[in-house]
Design a protein around this ligand. Structure first.
Ligand code: URA
Length: 468
């Protein structure tokens, strides 16, 4: 039975090379033993072992980018079977490339779950690593202790090098350590918590920073526990401030709601939107993130005059990670063109950033977000609006209208005219493009489409009137 020895737990390139060689040889998944480190036997130690019947010839080997991206993440999971699962999937895809689209397939779901856990672990590392200052022979070194759940340390080194290029730092973990001296990154052995320093003056800086950015509107203690498991709390000086901050939160929230309307918290440059989108990628404000593939954030210029809000990503958007790229997006694009609005110049987003669906066989059927989910995601929509500061917003459908206005809106009655939002921004309400896709056969589809276009055109014309 071939035994493959990979150099390290995160040796994706090693897995890839070996998997390729095995696939060309026609070795079946159950014939391969995947091992990591020195205790394993040599690569293909027993190449003539219990060889399975050859698979169909599949050279040259070509795999899709989505598979490689998925595999690269899943390979960092601490699940011992991950390399074997990936090899099984690889063989399946070589025979049937479209199999990756079968999202109900248990193997694909499992591997996607692994990849998702790894991405979440990386997000936690970015968010929760806290450096403490130590004086060493050459001056200051900043040292952090972190306990990743998966083999993510090396994969995330670049993030910390980019963020803290001018500092000398070390990140110690039970799985290994990283040391940066301002020019060269070195890897070191696993560490223990005792190797990392405790309290020191740098904590004061973190506490001040945290108080300044603490957003009381985001206080959701139960969600915080999920998002920031207790095991990380002890590494984080600012958590000592949490009870105090929560106590004053409501009062500060009311003040902030007022202020947020006129003063974006994050500045207004394109980088603000990029940072916001990065943050949203790890959003756990409601349970919709769990079955979804990814957060689908808004896109468009950071200073767009028009912001257009839909309901939630659909199946295709969930896979592509971009809003309005599926069938509803086709209707939307056509209507925008007819209304004379350049989509590229608008900021297009959704009220809810994760795809909510009911699995039915291999299909994922759209399910309408509930009020709690709309409210949970409203925080992102408010932030997007605070950064972009559009002169006009268009709510497509009842979910978007609820998110923007904070109340239930009867679209049929309020469409085609502006409703002022509390900060004065005119909000135009119209139907959602999916409404046009679901019209009954007896409906006058052309007339409904023309009405939708007229709503969009009316909104655009009001903007021109505001400008002239
Ligand atoms: N429907 C929406 O509301 N948004 C999308 O991005 C796609 C379909």
């Amino acid at each position: 039975m071939p035994a493959v020895r990979l150099e390290t737990e995160d040796d994706f390139d090693g897995w890839r090379a070996a998997a390729r060689a095995l696939a060309i040889e026609g070795v079946a998944p159950e014939q391969v033993v995947w091992q990591v480190g020195d205790h394993a036997s040599d690569l293909f130690a027993n190449p003539g072992g219990d060889r399975a019947p050859p698979l169909p010839t599949i050279t040259p080997l070509r795999v899709s980018k989505p598979f490689l991206e998925l595999a690269r993440d899943a390979a960092l999971h601490s699940e011992p079977e991950r390399f074997s699962l990936l090899y099984t999937l690889l063989l399946r895809l070589l025979n049937r490339p479209q199999a990756l689209e079968d999202r109900a397939d248990p193997l694909i779901r499992r591997i996607e779950g692994l990849a998702r856990n790894v991405r979440r672990d990386s997000h936690k590392m970015h968010a929760f690593v806290r450096f403490r200052e130590l004086a060493d022979g050459d001056g200051s070194r900043f040292v952090a202790w972190f306990e990743p759940e998966h083999h993510i340390l090396r994969a995330n080194a670049g993030f910390f090098v980019d963020r803290f290029t001018n500092m000398r730092w070390s990140i110690l973990t039970p799985r290994g350590s990283l040391h940066w001296d301002g020019a060269v990154l070195k890897e070191g052995p696993p560490a223990t918590r005792a190797d990392a320093p405790g309290d020191d003056p740098v904590e004061g800086i973190w506490k001040a920073y945290y108080s300044a950015i603490f957003n009381p509107a985001r206080v959701m203690p139960r969600a915080m526990l999920k998002e920031m498991p207790r095991k990380y709390w002890k590494n984080m000086p600012e958590t000592a401030l949490v009870p105090e901050l929560i106590a004053g939160a409501r009062k500060r929230e009311l003040g902030m709601i007022e202020q947020a309307r006129s003063t974006p918290v994050r500045g207004r440059g394109p980088e603000s939107l990029v940072l916001l989108a990065e943050e949203a990628a790890g959003c756990r404000r409601c349970p919709l993130w769990r079955p979804a593939t990814q957060t689908v954030f808004g896109e468009g210029p950071h200073d767009a005059e028009i912001m257009i809000v839909g309901e939630q990503p659909g199946d295709q958007e969930d896979l592509a990670g971009r809003p309005f790229v599926g069938p509803a997006g086709d209707v939307f694009d056509r209507a925008m063109a007819e209304a004379g609005i350049d989509r590229m110049r608008a900021y297009v987003t959704n009220a809810v950033k994760h795809f909510k669906f009911e699995p039915q066989g291999k299909r994922r059927l759209h399910a309408r977000p509930n009020v709690g989910e709309i409210e949970a995601c409203r925080w992102w929509v408010d932030q997007e609006r605070a950064i972009v500061r559009p002169r006009l917003v268009i709510a497509m459908g009842a979910t978007a209208a609820r998110s923007l206005t904070g109340r239930a809106v009867a679209v049929g009655q309020e469409r085609g005219r502006a409703v002022p939002l509390p900060d004065g921004t005119p909000c135009w309400v119209t139907v959602h493009p999916s409404y046009l896709l679901r019209l009954p056969p007896e409906a006058d589809t052309e007339a409904e489409f023309a009405r939708y276009v007229a709503d969009l055109r009316g909104a655009a014309a009001s903007l021109s009137a505001m400008t002239s």
